[in-house]
Design a protein around this ligand. Structure first.
Ligand SMILES: [Ca+2]
Length: 186
C-alpha cells in the first residue's frame, strides 16, 4: 500500500514538472512572438520615416558621423554608439536626423532587445553610385547582434533575401534562437 502511494506521488511530481515546463515553454513562445511582432512594427514605422526623410532631403539620414569609428566599434565595445544608427549625436549632443529639426518620428523607439537600455534599433545606409539603400536591425530574442552591417551592399541583386537567410531570426529554430530582426530597403 505504502509502495503504491509512493509511486502515485512520484508520478504526480513528474506530471507536475512536465506541466510546468510545458507552461513555461508556451508562455515563452507567446511573449517572444509578441515582442518580435512589436519590434518588426517599430522597424516598419522607422522605415516609413526614413523614406519621408529621403523624399524631402534627397538622401537617407547619415548612419554615423565617424565611419572609421563605427567600423571598428564592435571591437572597441562602445555600447550605444558602437552600432551605426540614425540616432547619432554630434559633439554638442544635438540629435540628428529623424526627430529633429523635422519630426519624421516624434520619438525614437527603444529596441527592447538592445543590450543598452533605451537604444534605438541599428541603422545602416550605404550608397554605391546611384544605388542606395538601408537596413534596420534589432538584436532579436538572443539579445546579441548577429548581423554584420558591413555586409549590406545596395548593389547586391537581392540583398534582402541573402541577408535574411544569413542573419535573420527564425522562430521555427526556437523562441530564443539567434539571428536578428531585420528590415531592408534596396
Ligand atoms: Ca541576434
Amino acid at each position: 500500500m505504502r509502495r503504491r502511494a509512493i509511486r502515485i506521488t512520484a508520478a504526480s511530481v513528474v506530471l507536475l514538472v512536465i506541466g510546468f515546463v510545458a507552461f513555461y515553454w508556451f508562455s515563452l513562445k507567446a511573449v517572444t512572438r509578441s515582442h518580435v511582432s512589436r519590434v518588426s512594427a517599430d522597424l516598419r514605422s522607422i522605415g516609413v520615416a526614413l523614406e519621408n526623410y529621403r523624399a524631402e532631403n534627397g538622401c537617407y539620414p547619415p548612419c554615423t558621423l565617424d565611419p572609421q569609428k563605427s567600423a571598428n566599434a564592435f571591437a572597441h565595445g562602445e555600447g550605444i554608439f558602437a552600432i551605426p544608427t540614425f540616432r547619432i549625436r554630434d559633439e554638442s549632443y544635438q540629435g540628428l536626423a529623424l526627430t529633429t529639426p523635422v519630426a519624421y518620428l516624434t520619438s525614437y523607439f527603444p529596441d527592447i532587445y538592445s543590450t543598452v537600455k533605451g537604444s534605438a534599433p541599428g541603422y545602416y545606409t550605404n550608397k554605391a553610385g546611384d544605388v542606395e539603400g538601408w537596413v534596420l536591425f534589432s538584436a532579436g530574442p538572443d539579445i546579441d547582434y548577429d548581423f554584420d552591417w558591413r555586409d549590406f551592399d545596395p548593389t547586391d541583386p537581392n540583398p534582402a533575401n541573402r541577408i535574411r537567410a544569413k542573419y535573420g531570426y527564425d522562430p521555427s529554430n526556437g523562441p530564443l534562437s539567434n539571428g536578428d530582426i531585420l528590415l531592408l530597403k534596396q
